[in-house]
Design a protein around this ligand. Structure first.
Ligand SMILES: NC(=O)c1ccc[n+]([C@@H]2O[C@H](COP(=O)([O-])OP(=O)(O)OC[C@H]3O[C@@H](n4cnc5c(N)ncnc54)[C@H](OP(=O)(O)O)[C@@H]3O)[C@@H](O)[C@H]2O)c1
Length: 319
């Protein structure tokens, strides 16, 4: 029996609960083990009184960490400050960890990797980069068998949406107000529009691809708040579109240059074709050539797919 402690029951946490319930028989048949979510951490349990998950809920993370039956934590709170210490304790107590928390990973990737290795537990975070797109699962092989020369990607759906609306004639502030009213953007959009969300993902991706830490301070980051209607129109008139592009290259001397910035890309090429929640990553490698990955970068079910892929991967390897 695999016993899961689920931390956070928002968009992704509740989707993990639902998709796991829907696909349980298939997953259990693959893993030859029963699976259950044993406890769920939520800050405000009252919000979930009518949910079938409610009887599993607690507001105390210690209830989950101290439960010796729980084998694996799935962290989906988005909280960095209050989560790092419980996650350290949980790894040290021998529990595997799956997280989608890119902000937490951006700060603690190397520390948690080392701690997990020391305690011989699995540590996986596929959903933290490009939602449903299965890229991290392949990265170990890609970086072992190639020199990765360049990473280029569009990794933020909110920016895609805002830039598309500006192409339709809206100015930045009007596009943002519309995105917030429709729920495509958070009330506080700064992590998306200032480029930090994309920077966290590039930090994770490039550290794995180049097999050396690429820190936030190594990445030059400019968001889309300064993009003007005139720049959008200029790009369109030349068959291009402006996208928030993440790019990292390594030269022959091993020097890494990493940027996140609004960039004009050809509209008939992959990056220029993306809209809304679509993400894409292009890897240029020494042996495999150019590899492209694309798919839905956000949303409850797409992200739950990656979280549960991590779960299957951990127990397939162990079984
Ligand atoms: N949404 C996506 O499409 C997506 C895609 C890829 C990765 N992610 C990542 O997945 C994680 C979850 O995202 P989400 O969209 O599901 O967020 P969300 O909808 O805000 O859900 C987070 C849930 O965790 C709860 N929570 C936060 N801090 C907590 C704490 N200290 N103790 C107990 N409960 C806590 C929140 O409660 P309150 O509501 O009371 O704060 C909320 O119910 C984030 O790290 C995000 O970056 C999300």
């Amino acid at each position: 029996m695999i016993n899961i402690g689920l931390l956070g029951f928002g968009t992704v946490g509740s989707a993990v609960f639902t998709v796991l319930a829907e696909r349980k028989a298939e997953m259990e048949a693959c893993l030859k083990q029963k699976i259950r979510i044993k406890r769920i951490l939520e800050r405000d349990m009252a919000k979930h009184k009518s949910s079938e998950a409610f009887p599993l809920m607690t507001t105390e993370v210690a209830d989950i960490i101290a439960d010796p039956e729980i084998d694996v934590l799935i962290e989906l709170t988005g909280d960095v400050k209050n989560m790092i210490e419980p996650l350290r304790r949980s790894i040290s107590a021998g529990k595997h960890l799956i997280t989608a928390n890119k902000a937490l990973l951006s700060k603690y990737l190397e520390e948690l990797t080392e701690l997990a290795s020391k305690h011989e537990v699995a540590f996986r975070y596929e959903a933290a980069v490009a939602g449903a797109v299965p890229i991290l699962i392949l990265m170990k092989n890609i970086s072992a068998l190639n020199e990765v020369l360049e990473i280029e990607g569009v990794l933020n759906g909110t920016c895609n949406y805002l830039l598309s609306r500006m192409e339709a004639g809206l100015d930045y502030d009007t596009a943002l107000a519309e995105a917030q009213a429709l729920g495509f953007s958070e009330a506080d959009p700064s992590s998306d529009v200032e480029g930090y969300d994309t920077m966290y993902k590039l930090r994770i991706l490039s550290s794995l691809a180049f097999k050396q830490p690429v820190l936030e301070s190594d990445i030059s980051c400019t968001g889309i708040t300064g993009v003007t209607k005139a720049e959008i129109e200029q790009a369109l008139s030349q068959g291009q579109r402006i996208k928030l592009v993440a790019k990292a290259t390594r030269d022959e001397k091993g020097e890494i240059t990493a940027t996140v910035k609004p960039t004009a890309v050809e509209r008939d090429q992959l990056l220029g074709s993306l809209d809304n929640g679509e993400n894409a990553i292009i890897l240029r490698t020494s042996n495999a050539g150019t590899l492209t990955f694309s798919g839905l970068g956000a949303g409850g079910r797409p992200t739950a797919f990656s979280v549960l892929s991590d779960l299957m991967q951990i127990y397939e390897v162990l079984s």
